[in-house]
Design a protein around this ligand. Structure first.
Ligand SMILES: NC(=O)c1ccc[n+]([C@@H]2O[C@H](COP(=O)([O-])OP(=O)(O)OC[C@H]3O[C@@H](n4cnc5c(N)ncnc54)[C@H](O)[C@@H]3O)[C@@H](O)[C@H]2O)c1
Length: 386
């Protein structure tokens, strides 16, 4: 018999059974579920990544909805089990949902929620931090200092790249990519080159207006360019940050051929999803080009790094923490809980998933809607008129 999974129970007499596969930050999401007649069961198992069998055990014979994590494989096995248990709702606590087989959810009539609108700035800030850390060799310098190796100022000590006046390249100029671009342009007065399947008119207008402002102040104006190909970005940019969704078109988007056309002293940042970069090829490139630097928040085989990456001084690596600000993580938990609660209650789907502020007001009752359901159309769910 399978080992029982340890859980913490809130509001044991609640009518609807909701499971969260992890404890999440804040208490508002718990209060919202329990105040709305949910019995909430939070998995307290020590292991970081739950297996499909663990989650099957959590779903059990009766379950109305599940809040899950991006480390879990949500496919036919889990969605059919949730359906058999009477469930209709699942929400990822993430904006990306490449761990979810949405077709399988559709087949089982399970709504799939995600949490956009609260990660944008936090994730962009981490990408900006990685850009600066890599360009200015901050982690290397920190390690040197702590090792007691500093014995006085030297002209060559940890010389890195100046960002001002250089070109920032953004691949995937959606919500996060655009926010990151603005930070680098406003913060460091970098010029922009971007590649996306769609034109980012708002971003272009912003750079034009900011350039005019700088010019009026007697400063060098910033410029923008929408590249016709991704290769143009890779060839021209000094700092390149990757922000596309992960799908078939972006898997190994950075491969040996594309690494080869980048500047030898370029900085490459990835806070999207690990498999967007061919990490084995990246390690080889880092070895061959010591002045090429990377800042990585995500990895191809998370939680592992490809052999050799950890030894590279020209790599800054952090453990998938791009959305890890208190405000964002509490907001993600609230949105994920409200996606599940809203579907259980039969609420419509919120009209604009990027405008989620009404759901986040601490002391106010949230709108009677699901904040963001990615397969609302396929399931024919009504849209909120609020
Ligand atoms: N590291 C983290 O903790 C973290 C946090 C949040 C989001 N993310 C990742 O960031 C991704 C982007 O989030 P977002 O909110 O900005 O999404 P978004 O949908 O607003 O933006 C994604 C952009 O990528 C573009 N795109 C898609 N395919 C492309 C291709 N082949 N080439 C170039 N551009 C392409 C889209 O047109 C879109 O503009 C998420 O899907 C998620 O995987 C990671």
């Amino acid at each position: 018999m399978a080992k029982p999974i340890s859980i913490e129970v809130w509001n044991p007499s609640g009518k609807y059974r909701v499971v969260s596969t992890k404890s999440m930050p804040g208490t508002r999401w718990i209060n919202l579920l329990t105040a709305n007649d949910c019995r909430l069961e939070i998995c307290t198992e020590k292991k970081t990544i739950l297996s499909v069998d663990d989650i099957l055990a959590l779903i059990g014979d009766r379950c109305d909805g599940v809040i899950g994590q991006l480390t879990e494989e949500w496919g036919e096995v889990l969605f059919s089990a949730l359906k058999r248990a009477g469930g209709t709702a699942f929400s990822n606590m993430a904006v990306g949902y490449n761990n979810v087989d949405v077709e399988a959810a559709n087949r089982n009539a399970i709504a799939v929620g995600n949490t956009p609108g609260v990660l944008t700035e936090t994730t962009a800030e981490l990408a900006a931090a990685l850009s600066v850390a890599a360009a200015r060799r901050i982690v290397e310098a920190d390690q040197f200092m702590r090792a007691g190796l500093y014995d006085g100022w030297l002209p060559h000590l940890f010389v890195g790249n100046l960002l001002k006046g250089q070109t920032v390249g953004v691949i995937g100029a959606g919500r996060i990519g655009s926010a990151y671009a603005r930070m680098m342009i406003e913060g460091f007065k970098m010029n922009l080159i971007y590649y996306d399947l769609y034109q980012s008119t708002r971003l272009e207008k912003f750079v034009t207006a900011y350039g005019q402002f700088l010019k009026a102040n007697g400063e060098q104006p910033v410029t923008w360019k929408r590249a016709a190909t991704m290769e143009d970005v890779l060839r021209e940019a000094d700092v390149i940050s990757l922000h596309p969704v992960l799908d078939k078109t972006t898997y190994h988007l950075i491969n040996p051929e594309r690494l080869a056309i980048m500047k030898k002293e370029a900085v490459l940042v990835n806070a999207s999803r690990g498999p967007v970069i061919d990490e084995v090829a990246l390690v080889e490139h880092l070895k061959a080009n010591p002045m090429f630097r990377v800042g990585l928040d995500v990895f191809e085989d998370e939680p592992y790094m490809k052999p050799g990456l950890a030894d590279m001084k020209n790599a800054v690596v952090v453990p998938h923490i791009a959305s890890a600000s208190k405000w964002t993580r509490e907001g993600m938990a609230t949105l994920a809980a409200l996606n599940v609660l809203g579907k259980i209650k039969g609420y419509p789907v919120w009209g604009n998933p990027n405008m989620v502020e009404p759901f986040l007001k601490e002391d106010a009752t949230p709108p009677a809607a699901c904040p963001s359901i990615v397969n609302a159309k396929q399931l024919g769910l009504p849209s909120s008129k609020l």
